[in-house]
Design a protein around this ligand. Structure first.
Ligand code: BGC
Length: 351
């Protein structure tokens, strides 16, 4: 069963009542800490192992920094929180998980390198009797079904990437065909720069951004679809190639994340094109650089991937395993569509 977690933090941004954000965060932390105290669990003694697929990923850097701060705020000792870099290599990460098991950590939080390795990871972690919280890269439905069927202490915390893709498409559709259709062929001519194709976030953002255009009654024409692997420099190169091949026909550049959108923007500018005038560009994450671009008009929009809500939910889920309360097997959160209108609010929050 899917449990939606709507961050109070996020609700504050949407309602424009940002002053409420800090007290709400403190309340959230207090609640989980109180639960632990009530269950007579001393969090300062508990060892937490955190596996991140790759430290150099911009978004996961925001995520892990917030995760560590929040865990410490809950009462975990910084010395007992170990966060390791999987360097985008599943074999490396699997070795790190083995070490955490050998060290008898009390709970594991894992951002898998390959979500297809989740069943192997789950098997060994469950076998070791350690509760497991997956983050950011969602294992497939069969894998999640096993957790439920076996009543294992395993859950996933993340946002539904279909929503982010839909928001990207809507950011473009809302401009209206007249504004978008610079070459006058009656279609939205776009290029798509994808993240890691094994990652469901990349798959859904690609699919649902285009679907949102079609659902808005627009005809679409895909000029190019390339894999940028979430990486700015790769995307910069790919977009430079597409722009030189398709020239002024490129009306929209969809990037599955902001890091790649920042790379795309470098190439768009180098090609003498102007976002908001003769081309449109969207990303996902709401990195602060991207938010500055949205405010400046050099990015059409982005989608806030709420790393506060996700990291807090992951830590709270870890606490609920430690207290014996347990968790549902899916803990969701919402994305927020970001335009010039709310970019400053989101920037104030993420900075
Ligand atoms: C983020 C990307 C990030 C990826 C890592 C996605 O949700 O949007 O920026 O690279 O997660 O798995």
């Amino acid at each position: 069963m899917k449990k939606r977690f709507v961050s109070m933090f996020l609700a504050a941004v949407m309602a424009g009542t940002m002053v409420a954000a800090v007290p709400v965060m403190a309340e959230e932390a207090t609640e989980a800490a109180t639960e632990a105290a009530a269950a007579d669990v001393d969090l300062s003694d508990k060892k937490v192992g955190v596996c991140i697929y790759q430290f150099s990923d911009n978004f996961m850097t925001l995520f892990r920094t917030e995760l560590e701060n929040y865990l410490v705020g809950l009462g975990f000792s910084k010395d007992n929180i170990t966060i390791v870099d999987g360097v985008n290599d599943q074999a490396t990460q699997s070795g790190q998980i083995d070490s955490f098991i050998a060290d008898q950590v009390d709970v594991l939080i894992i951002n898998p390198v390959n979500s297809s390795s989740a069943s192997t990871i789950t098997d060994k972690v469950v076998e070791a009797g350690i509760p497991l919280v997956y983050i950011n890269r969602e294992p497939d439905a069969d894998e999640e079904a096993r957790w439920e069927e076996n009543n294992w202490n395993v859950t996933y915390v993340g946002c539904d990437a279909r929503q982010s893709g839909t928001y990207q498409g809507e950011l473009i559709a809302d401009l209206g065909l007249d504004a978008i259709d610079k070459n006058g062929n009656g279609k939205v001519d776009y290029i798509m720069i994808e993240g890691d194709p094994e990652n469901v976030d990349a798959q859904y953002r690609t699919e649902f951004s285009v679907k949102a255009l079609e659902d808005a009654g627009l005809e679409v024409n895909e000029l190019d679809d390339q894999v940028g692997n979430w990486d700015q420099a790769t995307a910069q190169q790919l977009v430079a190639n597409s722009l030189s091949q398709y020239g002024d026909d490129v009306e929209v550049v969809f990037c599955n994340n902001d890091a790649m959108a920042l790379g795309a923007l470098q190439s768009i500018e180098a090609a003498g094109r102007t976002v908001g005038e003769d081309i449109y560009l969207v990303g996902v994450d709401a990195l602060s650089e991207a938010l500055e671009d949205v405010l400046a008009g050099t990015m059409t929009g982005t989608v806030f991937n709420d790393h506060f809500s996700q990291s807090h939910s992951a830590a709270d889920a870890a606490v609920r395993y430690l207290t014996g309360e347990g968790n549902e097997h899916y803990i969701g959160c919402d994305y927020v569509k970001v335009t010039k209108d709310n970019a400053q609010d989101v920037l104030d929050m993420v900075k």
